[in-house]
Design a protein around this ligand. Structure first.
Ligand code: OFO
Length: 186
């Protein structure tokens, strides 16, 4: 099929479909990575961080499913991603949250480039669909930046790590407050 072919059943170009399928891989990897981080945190006694990451892993799966449903509704074929090479061991709680921040910045870059592509080819329906992800990334970045900031503010000595773990539990409320509830979690 020609790269730009659009049929009555199909409102996505093949290129856009491929880009959205690549985003599915990213969301699936996010879900798996956060699940692995949650498990490691739980084994280390960081109960609040573990709960935060378990919840986040579920959210990433929900992001992936949103893309599945959209691609198929638009006449494409959403593909179950292969997920491998998920990191299982971490050297510290700080490393976990620095990786979350790094990861979210990469996801934002990827979403932005698909949005740019849709704008260029005038696929305004997909452009509009992706606005939810744009605002979600704003909130996710705020949250991940704040998590790393908490390590710097409290310090990891003495009871610092315990306090940091407690503060991680307040991140969702913090991100929702500073982003003004820009995105509903559904
Ligand atoms: Fe799907 O937002 Fe994080 O990765």
């Amino acid at each position: 099929m020609n790269q730009q072919t659009v049929t009555p059943k199909r409102s996505l170009t093949k290129e856009t479909e491929d880009l959205l399928n690549k985003q599915i891989v990213m969301e699936g990897k996010s879900s798996a990575a956060y699940l692995s981080m949650a498990s490691w945190c739980e084994t280390q006694g960081f109960e609040v961080s573990a709960q935060f990451l378990y919840t986040h892993s579920e959210e990433e799966r929900m992001h992936m499913l949103k893309l599945f449903r959209y691609i198929n509704a638009a006449g494409g074929h959403a593909l179950q991603p292969e997920i491998s090479n998920i990191k299982q061991q971490f050297t510290s709680l700080r490393e976990v949250f620095e990786m979350v921040l790094h990861h979210e910045l990469e996801v934002t870059k990827s979403i932005n480039s698909i949005v740019d592509h849709c704008f260029q080819i005038k696929d305004f329906a997909t452009f509009n669909f992706l606005q939810w992800f744009v605002m979600e990334q704003r909130e996710e970045e705020t949250l991940a930046r704040r998590a790393v900031e908490i390590f710097n503010l409290i310090g990891e000595e003495g009871v610092g790590l315990w306090m940091i773990d407690q503060e991680i539990g307040k991140l969702e409320a913090y991100a929702a407050k500073v982003s003004g509830g820009l995105n509903a979690k559904s």
